[in-house]
Design a protein around this ligand. Structure first.
Ligand SMILES: Nc1ncnc2c1ncn2[C@@H]1O[C@H](COP(=O)(O)OP(=O)(O)OP(=O)(O)O)[C@@H](O)[C@H]1O
Ligand SMILES: [Mg+2]
Length: 540
């Protein structure tokens, strides 16, 4: 029925239909215009990439300004942006200050595997056990997160002044088992600390304590690198206050957790606040120290375990400290994840050899060692740089004299500190290309272009062997280890040595292979080594 009850003609109906269609077309056109407008508006708003670009530009500008004014550049982000499991595969992806990123990019092409995985975890303030091969960049793996957290205030420290008179309030502490290593870590810490305006200092024994005190008071550090003995001295004298220390790193953690340093460690940890971050780093992680370590770490999910397996593949497991192989002792975490973490830890800690270091063995009785070493040194190519390890201070001194014609220097624990330092400096400067040393030089020292390591005397245990030969073949370089095997004393080491060499694809001489089933001692027993004193030395 039509309007006013009037019947519509055919023409009227057609006109109405046309009008309707025209209206619909008009509405559709309007909708399309609105949609286009919305899209245009979206396009105008900055995308994520645009924002990042803008932020990067701003950061670069700030850095330039800071440089111009001679000031340290400030970090621009407080929290890591990476997915903790994927890690930071480029320096650009890290939240580090532009000045730090620049310094990294100008020296290296990308983060090493341990840096990729340790940085995100450490930056969040979590406790961490990080085990990765010798020469894999662990120093910056712990130093940069510490410095970043201090410079951005993410560590929550720095608010309280010292609680004990003139005591120096330290915000982060790195401990090292040896003086030379402490000094080396500090040099790296100072280099990056300067870029961020974080003052640093180092204290170690063998140097006048008065001078170190004066230096600490004159320029109180936020980051302190220390050897255990001197640190405890300064704590006893109430010169250092750790009440506001938010982070502690044990570099060469298994060595520091060894019984020898227990009293100093106990004292240090009792001076630290409960609310702190604890980071343990090493290339070896024997089961014997794991229980001790768990005393100092957060339980359950609070601690991240990072074991980098062969070929640099990362194994990252979250779990209780029990999961790291502590054995027994409750611990949080669901049974499943703890078991998985334990299995991963066991698998990752199996003895495996560093393919960057070739391993050769020389059959040599005590009477033959000097002649064989001489012969071998004469055959080395021009420019070789060599460390010879011996087990006693006297032997080290004698060897340095006997082989003086090759240009020797010597390091051991009985030497005056200044003599130790000048010996190391001569070796580093290549003025003395042959350094003879006890195990005081076995761990952590990063000396460029060391081509050969000799074990004139067999290392005392699996870990020591791993760390000694790790002085060469660092940061992607190749190296050679030559180990003298004395049939009178070293049979017990044979099974472990054979296993390490085979895993690295190294040929094992028949005379050594014969002793594959020799009875091993606790420190060199392979089965035990796998289960109890695993050393880790991963593929290049
Ligand atoms: N991202 C990187 N790329 C290449 N080289 C790096 C990188 N980061 C650090 N390095 C260099 O690698 C070398 C070894 O580093 P570092 O001494 O930290 O090793 P490490 O893992 O602590 O070894 P060790 O177990 O013997 O103590 C150093 O010369 C360091 O400058
Ligand atoms: Mg190191």
């Amino acid at each position: 029925m039509g309007k006013d009850g009037v019947e519509m003609t055919k023409e009227e109906k057609a006109a109405k239909k046309a009008k309707k269609e025209a209206k619909r077309a008009l509405e559709a056109a309007e909708e399309e215009r609105a949609a286009k407008k919305a899209k245009t508006d979206d396009d105008l708003s900055p995308t994520k990439e645009g924002k990042e670009e803008k932020a990067a530009k701003k950061a670069a500008k700030e850095e330039k300004k800071a440089k111009k004014e001679g000031k340290a550049a400030k970090a621009t982000e407080a929290a890591p942006a990476a997915d903790a499991d994927a890690g930071f595969t480029t320096f650009a992806a890290t939240p580090f200050a532009p000045a730090v990123k620049n310094a990294l990019s100008s020296g290296y092409s990308s983060p090493t595997s341990i840096q990729t995985h340790a940085w995100p975890a450490a930056l969040t303030g979590r406790d961490l056990i990080a085990i990765a091969k010798t020469g894999s960049g662990k120093t910056l793996a712990f130093l940069l997160p510490l410095l970043h957290r201090m410079s951005t205030g993410a560590d929550g420290g720095g608010g309280r002044s010292s609680g004990a008179g003139a005591a120096v309030a330290v915000r982060a502490l790195v401990m090292s088992p040896t003086r030379e290593l402490a000094s080396q870590i500090h040099a790296e810490g100072e280099r990056f600390g300067k870029l961020l305006g974080v003052p640093t200092a180092v204290v170690y024994g063998g140097t006048p304590v008065r001078e170190q005190k004066a230096a600490l008071l004159a320029k109180p550090p936020s980051l302190l690198v220390a050897t255990p003995g001197r640190l405890v001295d300064l704590l006893d004298q109430q010169l250092i206050w750790l009440g506001d220390c938010k982070a502690i790193v044990l570099d060469e953690a298994d060595r520091l957790l060894d019984m020898g340093f227990e009293p100093q460690l106990k004292k240090t940890f009792s001076a630290l606040p409960e609310a702190r971050q604890t980071l343990l780093f090493s290339a070896t992680w024997p089961k014997t120290v794991r229980k001790l370590a768990s005393k100092y770490l957060k339980e359950g999910e609070g601690t991240k375990h990072l074991f980098l397996g062969g070929g640099d593949a990362a194994r990252a497991e979250d779990g209780s400290s029990d999961a790291a192989g502590g054995g027994g002792g409750g611990g949080g975490g669901g049974g499943g994840s703890a078991a998985a973490a334990a299995a991963a830890a066991e698998a990752a800690c199996e003895l495996s050899a560093n393919t960057a270091v070739s391993q050769a063995f020389v059959h040599a009785t005590d009477d033959e060692k000097d002649a064989k070493l001489y012969q071998s040194l004469c055959e080395l190519e021009e420019g070789a740089r060599v460390i010879v390890f011996a087990n006693t201070k006297r032997r080290v001194d004698n060897l340095a004299k006997t082989f003086a014609e090759f240009g020797t220097c010597a390091i051991h624990g009985d030497k005056q500190q200044k003599d130790r330092e000048s010996a190391l400096a001569a070796f580093i400067a290549n003025k003395a290309p042959l350094m003879v040393a006890t195990d005081v030089a076995a761990r952590g020292l990063d000396i460029k272009l060391v081509t050969h390591v000799y074990n004139y005397d067999m290392a005392r245990d699996v870990e020591s062997y791993v760390h000694r030969i790790g002085r060469t073949g660092r940061a992607g370089a190749l190296g050679k280890a030559i180990t003298f095997w004395n049939p009178d004393y070293d049979k017990e080491c044979a099974p472990a040595l054979i296993r390490i060499a085979r895993k690295a694809g190294q040929p094992v001489p028949d005379w050594l292979a014969k002793h594959e089933n020799a009875k091993a001692t606790k420190l060199w027993n392979v089965d035990k080594a796998d289960k109890e004193a695993e050393a880790l030395l991963m593929g290049a």
